[in-house]
Design a protein. Structure first.
Lengths: 99, 483
């Protein structure tokens, strides 16, 4: 099986996610960037699963999807909490504590 | 030799989760109840879990869930440290939460779930289990950090902790994917077999994977440069949560780091020892220097906890039997003295809040000599000044580093601890050598739970200070890792 293309795609997605987390300032966009990171790991797992003819990778991907759903639920809740108190979700407004 | 499989390995965690579910059920039956009985139920669950874990000490190594969880002595020792952190945090919490109107059942349920995640992480023998337990402990902690919903600092702590924590989990996952790609398995022992002579591992993938896993776990253990969330999360979170995070998470993260690096990829030792040593130096030096400029005591203690992560990592770099034993003793003492120090911050009330600014500590030793002396004792122990447990913990770590030919690491760390001693001693100087301000009576918190917790912390730090050999012997008996 030709695996270079999906692995490169996942590496590209991971890089986009890292850039998104570091550069974006919008709370919801940050959550989406984190999702992108996790999805790229899932893609890797599925590709390796096909390559090695070992279904363990697919099973792990399913576990990860379930756990990530819980994680994003909490993330959205925190963003909502911030929005209620400050009427903004920009994370660079979060500077009460420094150094 | 195949290890016996038996579900009883999970009994301590079942007790914790059972306690959490019970708390949620009684909250559902009688909504919005408050009071010390919630903390009492939590304590019962933690003690039950501890007793169940204790029985595993004398048993031969057993595994459960198809080899995903292993009940070995190392796991029991690490679980005891984590359960201790949970127990102490629960003792300190009720009075603090009550003053802020937050003493609800969810808090204790989350604390128990997070403790269960930490203890499971300490006994995980599979990378999938490592990921799921890290998520379990973190998800509960994100919510707990933001539990003081009305206070902006608490929200900010929660948001920053969440973002960087999720970021770190993604690195961990990417690493797990590459481990799977390189070895075809995620079980730590099978990874070891595949990376040994005669294995089929693809070392390029495994090397990359180990680096990514170290980044993910380094975030949780708060090592520089993955520490950015720590000062904010520790400063903003409610103080009992901070104490719990500082003690429990670090112990669990290092237990996992030791298992992953020393148990599963010892063959790649020459590849990971160098970078980890560099991170260690960066951690102890950077954290000590930044801590000097802090004026917020909680934030200063956060930087102190970062520098302590560096000291434990020295023992991981040593990767020897004495190194792992030293790491266990260090985590034990560190948990007691850090929770003790945060407990003292809770003890010094300032109206309804707590004294966090260093200037507010001036003259505390004149008005409240006993409490200030206790705080000073914990700070001296954190600094590693001789008669305390903190000194012996550092001593064993340095000794292990020298024995495994990393003497330079020990020398750098000694230098950093001299810098670190400055900011610990400064707090003592402010407390004892400055005049108290007029009209500030410096009331102490009168809660019994907090006093018991402080007494227990003091007991552990003094016990290790008096009989360090006993604890080291115990930690050595906990080795090697079971399969």
């Amino acid at each position: 099986m030709y695996v270079a293309a999906p692995l490169l795609l996942s590496a590209f997605m991971f890089s986009c996610g890292v850039y998104g987390v570091l550069a974006r300032r919008h709370g919801v966009m940050l959550l989406m960037a984190v999702e992108l990171l996790i999805t790229s790991a899932n893609l890797n797992l599925i590709v390796f699963s096909q390559l090695l003819k070992n279904s363990l990778g697919n099973i792990i991907a399913l576990f990860i999807i379930a756990v990530t759903a819980a994680e994003v639920g909490i993330g959205i809740a925190i963003v909502m909490l911030l929005y209620r108190q400050r009427s903004t979700v920009a994370v660079d407004e979060l500077h009460l504590m420094k150094w | 030799m195949p290890v016996v499989q038996h579900w009883t390995v999970l009994l301590p965690e079942l007790a914790l989760v059972g306690g959490a579910i019970f708390l949620l059920l009684i909250d559902a039956a009688k909504p919005s109840q408050r009071g010390p009985h919630l903390a009492f139920i939590t304590l019962v669950a933690v003690v039950t879990s501890g007793v169940l874990a204790f029985f595993q000490w004398s048993h031969p190594t057993t595994s459960a869930l198809g080899g995903m969880v292993v009940g070995d002595k190392f796991g029991v020792f690490a679980r005891f440290i984590i359960l201790g952190a949970g127990f102490l945090a629960t003792l300190t919490a009720p009075a603090y939460l009550h003053r802020r109107g937050l003493d609800r059942a969810e808090f204790y349920a989350l604390l128990l779930l997070s403790t269960a995640g930490m203890t499971l992480l300490a006994v995980s023998s599979d990378l999938v289990m490592v990921f799921i337990t890290i998520e379990l402990l973190s998800l509960a902690l994100y919510v707990m950090a933001g539990f003081e919903r009305g206070r902006l600092e608490s929200q900010e702590a929660s948001m920053k902790y969440f973002l960087l924590g999720a970021f770190a989990s993604a690195f961990l996952l990417y690493g797990i994917a590459f481990v799977f790609g390189g070895t075809g398995t995620t079980n730590l022992l099978r990874i070891r077999a595949e990376t040994s002579l005669g294995g089929v591992a693809d070392f390029r993938l495994v090397g990359l994977a180990v680096a990514l896993l170290a980044v993910g776990l380094g975030f949780k253990a708060a090592m520089v440069p993955f520490h950015m969330w720590t000062p904010d999360a520790y400063q903003g979170a409610p103080t009992p949560v901070t104490a719990f995070m500082a003690g429990g998470t670090k112990a669990a993260a290092f237990a996992a780091l030791l298992r992953v690096l020393v148990l599963s990829v010892p063959e790649l030792r020459w590849d990971w020892q160098g970078p980890l040593a560099a991170l260690t130096v960066l951690t102890v030096v950077f954290a000590s220097i930044i801590a000097v400029s802090q004026t917020d005591v909680k934030r200063m203690l956060a930087y102190s906890s970062i520098s302590h992560a560096g000291f434990v990592a020295i023992a991981v770099v040593a990767a020897s039997r004495s190194g792992i034993a030293a790491a266990l003793v260090y985590l034990l003492v560190y948990t007691a003295m850090t929770i003790g120090a945060f407990g003292c911050v809770m003890l010094f009330r300032d109206g309804d809040g707590e004294r966090v600014h260093l200037a507010k500590y001036s003259g505390l030793g004149v008005r409240r000599p006993a409490a200030a002396a206790l705080f000073a004792f914990f700070l001296f122990s954190l600094a590693g000044i001789p008669p305390t447990g903190g000194f012996w913990a550092k001593w064993y770590v340095f000794f292990a580093a020298i024995r495994s030919h990393h003497a330079w690491l020990a020398i750098v760390a000694v230098g950093a601890s001299v810098i670190a001693a400055f900011f610990y001693v400064r707090v003592a100087v402010v407390m004892f050598m400055q005049e108290p301000p007029e009209g500030d009576e410096m009331e102490l918190d009168s809660s019994v739970g907090l006093k018991i917790a402080l007494a227990l912390c003091l007991l552990v730090v003094v016990a290790v200070g008096v009989a360090p050999g006993f604890f080291l012997h115990l930690a050595e008996k906990a080795l090697p890792f079971g399969g």
